[in-house]
Design a protein around this ligand. Sequence first.
Ligand SMILES: [Zn+2]
Length: 64
Amino acid sequence: MFKDPVCGKRMNHGKAHITIEYERVAYYLCCPKCQAEFERAPQRYARPELGRKIKGKSHSSYHR
Ligand SMILES: [Zn+2]
C-alpha cells in the first residue's frame, strides 16, 4: 500500500493513476488531479517516506 502524497489516499500501487519520480523517489498519485497538483509543487508534496526509493541505475547518468 502506498499513500498519495497530495490527497493522502491509500492505494495499492497497481491501482495508482500514475507514478512520478522526484529526486529518486517514486510517488503514486491516484488521479490526474493529484498528478497536476504534485507537478505544480513537487517540493511541497514530496515526502520520501510516502514513496518508494529508487535504487540502482536511473536513466540519467551521473558519471561522465
Ligand atoms: Zn490523490
